[in-house]
Write a protein of this length. Structure first.
Length: 320
């Protein structure tokens, strides 16, 4: 890749990225100066699929990612608060945003969400020091993994009355209003879960609930119970999602592989109630079958071992 840039005072503006690959990493510095700006059309029309933006970036010029049709993942900090017009025009495939937040500072998260109306999975980590977004020097205080559902607007004409009005479809617009100023409000996000249960598909809603439980930044006990109850009532879907996490079929999920023990013990509480051993055994049998079908041998091995340790200690109490 070739970066064309301009030194402006003590800062640098990247004007153009030529020969962009699938993954583009914008440098934190050039000639010893911080990179604080991306110019207009900086990556327009490129084949980029994933981009890492520097932590010191403050501004992205108009149409910066214009017609980046393959762009799917963006890693950035919340300091990029000056976003140009048409930044994501023709870049409708973006589905994952990884953002580290500088607490107490103006954040660009609200503006980014308003620009991206498709279903968007977001990882939020507080900044904990260090030079760059890619260094992994943030997240020491926990993280949140959220899903913002899709929404779209439709113009509907009332011909007799000669009135044109806008209809909004999907609950995603509600989720994009969970802010006080530019600060994200986790409680407002969690309060909207009943709307998601009604308007969104089960798989997406279950993934939302699992994401909040597994990465509980800002989650209160009240809403923890709400999400746990939903997962317990949709345990098959939850197990399928956790078993498939990290697979090609679930590329883009907010869930990480290896979460079956957490789901089984902490969320579903299987093996803790002696009076519910038969039901627990049936659920574990079903989960083993699902893991076998998915080809997840690690999950199969753990589930079978857990079943014999916790549900069938000492002797076989019933046939599975």
């Amino acid at each position: 890749m070739d970066f064309s840039y301009t030194v402006v005072g003590d800062n640098v503006r990247i004007d153009k990225v030529r020969g962009a690959r699938k993954e583009v990493v914008i440098p934190e510095r050039a000639e010893g100066h911080l990179v604080t700006e991306l110019g207009e059309y900086v990556l327009a029309g490129s084949e980029v699929e994933e981009i890492w933006l520097p932590a010191g970036l403050r501004k992205i010029g108009a149409y910066g990612f214009y017609n980046c049709e393959k762009l799917r993942r963006i890693h950035c900090s919340s300091r990029a608060a000056d976003l140009g017009t048409g930044l994501f025009a023709g870049a409708g495939s973006v589905n994952f945003l990884d953002i580290c937040v500088f607490e107490g500072e103006k954040s660009c998260l609200k503006e980014l969400l308003s620009e991206l109306r498709q279903t968007l999975r977001v990882r939020i980590c507080p900044w904990r020091g260090g030079e760059g977004v890619r260094s992994g020097s943030f997240g020491g205080g926990g993280e949140a993994r959220l899903i913002f559902p899709e929404y779209y607007e439709e113009s509907v004409e009332n011909t007799p009355a000669r009135i044109l009005y806008i209809e909004t479809h999907g609950c995603g617009h509600r989720y994009r209003y969970c802010f006080s100023g530019t600060e994200f409000q986790y409680q407002k996000y969690d309060e909207l879960f009943p709307h998601a249960k009604v308007q969104e598909r089960e798989g997406l809603v279950t993934e939302m609930a699992l994401g909040r439980l597994q990465y509980p930044l800002g989650l209160t006990e009240k809403y923890r119970g709400m999400y746990r109850d939903y997962v317990a009532g949709h345990w098959r879907t939850a197990a399928r999602l956790m078993i498939g996490a990290g697979s090609r079929e679930m590329d883009g999920s907010i869930l990480e592989p290896g979460g079956i023990p957490w789901l089984t013990e902490e969320i579903l509480g299987l093996g803790q109630d002696k009076e519910g051993e038969r039901e627990a055994g049936e659920k574990l049998q079903e989960m083993v079958r699902m893991a076998q079908e998915a080809g997840n041998t690690e999950a199969v091995a753990w589930l079978m071992d857990f079943r014999h340790r916790k549900v069938l200690p000492g002797k076989r109490r019933f046939e599975l």
